[in-house]
Ligand binder design. Structure first.
Ligand SMILES: Nc1ncnc2c1ncn2[C@@H]1O[C@H](COP(=O)(O)OP(=O)(O)OP(=O)(O)O)[C@@H](O)[C@H]1O
Length: 582
């Protein structure tokens, strides 16, 4: 547990933790010595020379006062380390989120990440003050107590020496059973939390299809599994806890019987017997609180293990000697890609894809749904690494380009637009915080965002809501296009950028895209063929393979897949519609 605290705190948090541990260890040892001093105090007080108690009483009082001072310092140190723990953990998790490959963020892991960053960090925060201190004291105090008792009464110390490991052994056995059960219950609670989250997020869809809580199977199953894990915890964990209480009572009864028989045969005086019983009560107290602190520590340790596992996830590999792209061309050479890198069998999502996007040219990537178009876009931005083959920007393998440099070269507009809670202007400026008003106005004009701004009463200061929920799909898309344009990267990838625009805005945007092609390397993934006819080259992607390539006229003349889609265009204005019908 302490090792895990050091691990998650990292080097910067280790000094306050060292100081805190020293205070807690000091306080626990002083408490053990104070308890052991009760032996000479009681012996003197109840023996033949009660005046001899004063030196022992003074030493006892000194230990108690010093213990109180250290305990107070340890308590405040515990709060300091706790709040530092929360700050360090949140910062390390944010840094880690930035370094992890995008492929790591599956829905389940994202939910686990947000749970760890929220409730679990709060839970771990209280560990140093509320769990570590009682735990250290419950282990060190009995050990010191037994060791110090040897100085005053060897026979009493020997009895305690035999009892202590027995009590700890029983306590450890019940703890390890509980730990396993706790882990299983934590996992079941986590699963329920994920399902509740999913259920809450998907309310619109569930209501549209008349699914109520009772009818949502995944949530029902998770709740049943959670209840089962709870019952198992009680059924299998309780005997361990009961057996510990039973063992303490048995040890106490045994020693009482032993002590009384020693007294009756004259080998132990009453003061020693009393001191022995008082120490035994203290010992049982300490080991019992070890059991209580142990339960809290078990939960905290499980949480710290999960936090540590996320923080230790290997980051996306970065180049040791980064190179700078020589121009803004993009090149795919023999690129094969599988989402699950370990899955060697089955058809890859992209299969031996080779193409080149010359600098300052416009390429359109078209193809039916699921063909792999978005995957191509994500490989250009190195959201993932290829399974085989190379993606190059400006002649340099994207794996040899520093993350910042790559981000500066590529701007993307994805189908799923995500906006941050804030104003429209803040969302657009995210791409270039220092952009001047003229650049902002140009990005707004090209994307059609200027007309949205005019219509909204608060204009640029309109709050978009969480995820952009207060804007319509088309408005959100225009904010996201403006953001990508403001970034002014030499390579611009527009994935389905016009899907949520109406026809008038789409035509305006298509015109803007044509203008941009003089300045940028453009890859446009579009279902509406009207946006792609003017492209310098059109790539047709089907089932992960490029099946046709050329200009619009070339492809129409060739009479292949593209030509047949083009001919059907008169009946429906969308590739998606046609592809779905065919
Ligand atoms: N994160 C992912 N994990 C596993 N498989 C994925 C993932 N994303 C996409 N796929 C699969 O990869 C294939 C290609 O998906 P991709 O999104 O690249 O297609 P697309 O041509 O852009 O489709 P659409 O036009 O519908 O957006 C699909 O079969 C899809 O199921």
């Amino acid at each position: 547990m302490i090792r895990q605290l050091y691990r998650v705190l990292g080097p910067e948090g280790s000094r306050p933790l060292n100081r805190l541990l020293a205070l807690q260890v000091g306080a626990a040892i002083l408490q053990g010595i104070a308890f052991a001093l009760l032996v000479p105090v009681l012996k003197a007080l109840l023996g033949t020379d009660p005046d001899g108690v004063w030196p022992w009483l003074t030493a006892f009082t000194g230990c108690v006062v010093a213990h109180a001072v250290l305990q107070g310092a340890a308590l405040s140190g515990g709060f300091t380390v706790g709040s530092r723990l929360s700050r360090v953990l949140h910062r390390r998790m944010a840094d880690q989120a930035l370094r992890l490959p995008l492929g790591w963020f599956t829905a389940g892991r994202t939910a686990e990440f947000s749970r760890l960053a929220g409730q679990n960090v709060i839970q771990v925060m209280s560990t140093p003050a509320h769990l570590l201190r009682p735990f250290i004291s419950s282990v060190l105090t009995p050990v010191t107590l037994v060791a110090a008792t040897f100085c005053f009464d060897v026979r009493t110390a020997l009895v305690l020496l035999v009892c202590t490991p027995v009590l700890f052994a029983v306590q450890q056995t019940s703890t390890s059973v509980m730990r396993r059960l706790d882990l299983a219950r934590d996992a079941a609670i986590g699963e329920s939390a994920d399902r509740v989250l999913e259920y809450t997020r998907n309310q619109p869809v569930l209501r549209a299809f008349g699914r109520t809580a009772e009818g949502y199977g995944a949530l029902d199953d998770a709740l049943v599994a959670e209840a089962r894990a709870d019952r198992r915890l009680i059924a299998r964990g309780l005997p361990g806890l009961v057996s510990f209480t039973f063992a303490t009572r048995m040890v106490f009864a045994l020693l009482l019987a032993l002590g009384v028989s020693w007294h009756l045969d004259g080998s132990v005086a009453v003061p020693t017997l009393l001191a022995l019983l008082v120490l035994l009560v203290r010992l049982i107290d300490s080991v019992s609180s070890a059991a209580e602190a142990g339960a809290g520590m078990r939960i905290a340790r499980n949480t710290l293990e999960r936090l540590g596992a996320v923080l230790d996830e290997p980051p996306f590999p970065q180049p040791a000697e980064p190179q700078t792209p020589r121009d803004a061309s993009v090149e795919f050479t023999g690129v094969t890609f599988r989402y699950d890198a370990g899955e060697a069998s089955g058809r890859p999502v992209l299969n031996d894809v080779t193409f080149r996007l010359p600098e300052r040219s416009m390429t359109a990537l078209v193809g039916p749904s699921g063909a792999g178009k978005t995957t191509v876009a994500s490989l250009i931005a190195r959201f993932r690494d290829t399974t085989e083959g190379t993606v190059r920007i400006g002649g340099v393998d994207v794996r040899d380009i520093a993350a910042d440099d790559l981000a500066a070269h590529v701007s993307l507009v994805f189908q799923d637009v995500y906006l941050f809670d804030g104003t429209i202007e803040e969302n657009v400026r995210l791409a270039a915080p220092d952009a001047g008003p003229a650049e902002l106005a140009e990005a707004a004009a090209l994307s059609g965002l200027d007309r949205v701004i005019e219509e909204l009463p608060d204009g640029w200061d309109t709050e978009v809501g969480e995820g952009g929920a207060r804007l319509s799909g088309g408005q959100r898309q225009r904010v996201s296009i403006a953001r990508a344009l403001l970034k002014d990267a030499p390579i611009l990838v527009l994935d389905e950028a016009t899907a949520a625009l109406d026809q008038e805005n789409e035509a305006l945007f298509a015109e803007a895209v044509r203008t941009l092609a003089d300045r940028k390397t453009l890859l446009v993934i579009a279902h509406r063929l009207s946006t792609v006819v003017h492209a310098d080259q059109i790539l047709v992607l089907e089932d992960g393979e490029i099946t046709e390539r050329g200009t619009h006229d070339d492809l129409v003349t060739a009479g292949g897949t593209y030509a047949s889609f083009w001919q059907r265009r008169a009946r429906a204005h969308g590739w998606r519609l046609e592809a779905a019908r065919s």
